[in-house]
Design a protein around this ligand. Structure first.
Ligand code: ADP
Ligand code: MG
Length: 325
């Protein structure tokens, strides 16, 4: 069982940033509106996520840490979550198998909280009462302590933290209503306020004010496909590709077809070796896109790739042309 979990962990848990991604997705699934992320030593020492979501019932704590995905589908809502977020049901079990994990939670209406701890080795889960506010706190300590080969592959603290920051930015942009605070070694590094009625607040916090000044908003709809977002004007080209964000149905993706469409739209407008900056949201019916091609690689498969590609190129070219005049 432990071994099965560690093998699964190989799929899901590449580095600290992949842990953060899974945990943040869970907090968002639980309808958290505020998430605090505490990182120590690039995530190798500690990843602590505290959210104000709906919490986990005491009786469900061991289940949350077990790997039987289907047993976790318990309601129609769960099924819908499968459609929207993708479903694997083994992230926590995988993470627990390669770390020292503590899961503490309290639901509305419970007068105390409960916590579960696992110790990498035998996956036994101990549940005990604990002081807690409503919501969930997960601590993942000493990642890969029992898989030295993987631990060796961790890069510098700074590199690992940069990957984490990137994940947090994506979650922030994908969920405008959620406030996130990111700390590293006890210091606040990033603060992304909730921006429910004003998405530009989030945009500025994540992408910076220079991007915001250069950004042109655009949007378009074709049949059931809706594409919108911001493109930086071609004058704002950069030496790094760090402000390139694409979301499909609120999920961050990296996709060759879409990158190609964007490059094609900018071609000739920015010098070679320089990068365009953009935040692009694509909304379409879940039946039109498969976001679960690979659990971690962010790739997607559209039912009708040409249609999406060509519409995106058309929209972006229009947007860039309007900027030129
Ligand atoms: P999945 O998200 O695919 O269901 P996970 O292993 O990531 O699988 O999480 C297992 C379960 O634990 C979730 O289905 C959810 O019920 C519960 N859970 C995990 N994190 C949270 C959280 N932050 N708040 C509430 N419930 C959570
Ligand atoms: Mg999950």
């Amino acid at each position: 069982n432990q071994l099965a979990n560690q093998i699964a962990a190989g799929e899901v848990v590449e580095r600290p940033a992949s842990v953060v991604k899974e945990l943040l997705e869970n907090s968002v699934d639980a309808e958290a509106t505020r998430i605090d992320i505490d990182i120590e030593r690039g995530g190798a020492r500690l990843i602590r996520i505290v959210d104000n979501g709906r919490g986990i019932h005491k009786d469900d704590l061991p289940l949350a840490l077990s790997r039987h995905a289907t047993s976790k589908i318990r309601s129609f809502d769960d099924l819908c979550a499968v459609a929207s977020m993708g479903f694997r049901g083994e992230a926590l079990a995988s993470i627990a198998s390669v770390s020292r994990l503590l899961l503490r939670s309290r639901q509305e209406g419970q007068d105390i909280g409960w916590q579960a701890v696992t110790e990498g080795r035998d996956m036994a889960v101990k549940v005990s009462p604990a002081a807690a506010v409503v919501g969930t706190c997960i601590e993942v300590a000493d990642l890969f302590f029992n898989t030295p080969a993987r631990r060796k592959f961790l890069r510098t603290e700074k590199t690992e933290f940069t990957h984490i920051e990137d994940v947090v930015k994506r979650v922030a942009l994908a969920n405008p209503d959620v406030a996130l605070v990111l700390k590293h070694n006890g210091k606040v590094v990033r603060r992304f306020p909730a921006a429910t009625n004003n998405p530009e607040v989030k945009l500025k916090a994540v992408c910076g004010s220079a991007f915001c000044k250069a950004a042109i908003a655009f949007s378009g709809e074709l049949e059931q496909l809706k594409i919108y977002g911001w493109l930086a004007s071609p004058n704002y080209h950069r030496s790094e590709s760090d402000t390139q964000f694409i979301f499909i149905n609120q999920r961050p993706v990296k996709d060759r077809l879409l990158s190609h469409a964007i490059r094609q739209s900018y071609s000739g407008l920015i010098p070679t070796g320089r990068f365009a900056s953009y935040v692009i949201y694509i909304d379409c019916p879940p039946s039109e896109v498969d976001v679960n091609v690979h659990p971690t690689k962010h790739e997607v498969r559209f039912r009708n790739p040409r249609f999406v590609h060509d519409f995106l190129v058309k929209l972006l070219q229009q947007c860039l042309a309007s900027e030129a005049t």
